[in-house]
Design a protein around this ligand. Structure first.
Ligand code: SAM
Ligand code: SF4
Length: 266
């Protein structure tokens, strides 16, 4: 499907939960964030229906994100349900990999094709600090398990701060080089202030070539990460919500004062 600026929209990012087992400083607020109630979170059947309607309209790429997708109960069942939808050609996930050693093989068997792992530093103390308590060794174990399971390619998402020294990013790049992994840099963004940009060797932030729609864990189709627009599939029906999002996708991102990364999915 084409939007009004002639961009081909073929990619749906689905946030399957707003919960996470880490609390990265640039993603989660300092204080305890308000979490969604269980009944507001889409059921697997609802997510599968959204994917089916979206695929009938031309979506062929689907990525599961969050919060942390691996903390959603029975996530491998959801992967299998989405993989079975005709028209879904590329099914991937973005994860912090803390639980990936347990999930890599079942995910692969369920139909997940590839995976992106978020990793901003290979220094265990810095990792502990950035994620407010995470264990880097678990991430390394998760990446190994993904390699062994044949989730290929494994891409590493590395958030870099504008203007900051690149020591951590360089360390991650060296680790990727050693292990034959691809690295993608992402500029640290601020949704509320509309601070986003393309980074060298990175992805995202390029509005002219944006091919995405998003589904939040409580059922809003969002046409843009940097916008307050969102269309509720339970209120409007799936097809109408998708069409509204497509029809109102802004030419460029501006600000999003309603979401944080953990509840829209990066
Ligand atoms: N928990 C999973 C993970 O961390 O990979 C998936 C969800 S997370 C919100 C998705 C991506 O958003 C991660 O790669 C994360 O680094 C990125 N992200 C979170 N907050 C961000 C921010 N303020 N600016 C840029 N990227 C951000
Ligand atoms: Fe969790 Fe991912 Fe946000 Fe970190 S970036 S707090 S791992 S959702």
């Amino acid at each position: 499907m084409l939007d009004r600026f002639n961009r081909k929209i073929n990619y749906l990012r689905i946030s399957v939960t707003d919960r996470c087992n880490l609390r990265c400083r640039y993603c989660m607020p300092d204080n305890d964030p308000l979490m969604l109630n269980h009944e507001d979170i889409l059921r697997f059947e609802e997510i599968q229906q959204v994917v089916a309607v979206a695929a009938s309209l031309g979506i062929s790429k689907v990525r599961l994100t969050g919060g942390e997708p691996l903390v959603r109960k029975d996530i491998t069942d959801l992967v299998a349900m989405i993989a079975s939808v005709p028209g879904v050609q590329d099914l991937s996930m973005t994860t912090n990999a803390v639980l990936l050693d347990r999930f890599a093989l079942p995910l692969k068997k369920a139909g997940l094709q590839r995976i992106n792992v978020s990793l901003d530093t290979v220094d265990p103390e810095k990792f502990h600090d950035i994620t407010r308590g995470g264990g880097l060794h678990k991430v390394f174990r998760g990446i190994q398990a993904a390699e062994a399971a044949g989730l290929h390619p494994i891409k590493i998402n590395c958030v870099v701060k504008r203007g900051a020294e690149r020591k951590d990013a360089d360390g991650v790049a060296a680790y990727c080089h050693q292990h034959g992994l691809e690295i993608r840099y992402i500029q640290q963004m601020d949704l509320e202030r509309g601070d986003f940009a393309v980074v060298e060797g990175g992805s995202g932030g390029d509005c002219a070539s944006c091919n995405r729609l998003r589904l939040t864990s409580d059922g809003k189709i969002k046409p843009c990460l940097f916008s307050d627009l969102g269309y509720d599939i339970r209120e409007l029906g799936i097809q109408h919500a998708l069409e509204k999002a497509l029809g109102n996708k802004p030419e460029k991102g501006s600000v999003n004062q309603q979401n944080l990364f953990h509840n829209i999915g990066g």
